[in-house]
Design a protein around this ligand. Structure first.
Ligand SMILES: *Cc1c(COP(=O)(O)O)cnc(C)c1O
Length: 235
């Protein structure tokens, strides 16, 4: 099977899965955006999926994303895809990330805000941001605690070249993803009381997109189900 046929088959199967999950949750399929997480996969795969109608792509490491996004732009001749940065972000990477990222899902500390806002200004754009919320007690995995979300959200809302759109989370490694996503949905609802436009919820990956959609996810970030298994990696 050609790589194109393989990606098309994976996309069709994923579309059926998303449609079924939305139907079960009583939600409109159009309310859930698929973000195809292309980390470790080549620019040609992204171009192929763009040709099949996928519009949103995610990357988690700037080192890989910066050249790949440029290569994709060249392959597509300027036809637009939207890039989502979903990995842990360092202040010294903000300037590079703001050149290609339409959305940053992983804002989790105040120090990133001036760096990312200045980088967005320099890139001549407004960057949509989500605040990453931590759903377990392991600070190493990134994210702000639900208790600290309001303060960071208020600061984010004041960053001139950023637009606060909502929250993002990764389910804990163990435990019930449905319970974790319910906590995220509750945090998102509290956030909307003070920031009504911040109504995106980025949650759900290959292994847990059904419970994420049931809990109200608006953006699922899917790698493996679309591209196949990643080789064991990388620093
Ligand atoms: C890799 C990654 C995904 C996609 O994970 P899969 O299990 O391959 O679907 C989603 N979100 C983040 C933050 C990731 O790093």
């Amino acid at each position: 099977m050609s790589r194109r046929a393989e990606l098309a088959a994976n996309l069709a199967a994923l579309d059926r899965r998303l449609a079924a999950a939305c139907a079960l949750a009583g939600r409109d399929r159009a309310a859930v955006t698929l973000v195809a997480v292309s980390k470790t996969w080549p620019a040609t795969d992204v171009a192929t999926l763009a040709g099949l109608g996928v519009r949103d792509f995610g990357e988690n490491r700037d080192q890989e994303a910066a050249p790949k996004t440029a290569a994709v732009a060249e392959l597509l001749g300027g036809r637009a895809v939207r890039w989502h940065f979903v990995g842990q972000l360092q202040t010294n990477k903000c300037r590079s990330v703001a050149r290609y990222a339409d959305v940053v899902h992983s804002v989790d500390r105040q120090r990133l805000l001036p760096a990312l806002s200045a980088a967005a200004a320099r890139a001549g754009r407004t960057v949509d941001i989500l605040i990453q919320v931590r759903l377990d007690d392991d600070p190493a995995r990134g994210g702000v605690s639900p208790a600290d979300l309001p303060r960071l959200a208020d600061a984010a809302a004041h960053a001139e070249h950023l637009r606060l759109r909502g929250v993002m989370a990764v389910a804990p490694l163990d435990g019930d993803p449905a319970a974790a996503f319910a906590d995220l949905a509750a945090a998102a609802e509290r956030l909307r009381r003070t920031h009504p436009d911040a109504d995106w919820i980025s949650a759900g990956m290959t292994g847990d997109l059904e419970p994420a959609i049931a809990a109200g996810s608006t953006h699922v970030r899917v790698g493996t189900a679309l591209f196949g298994g990643r080789p064991p990696v990388v620093g």
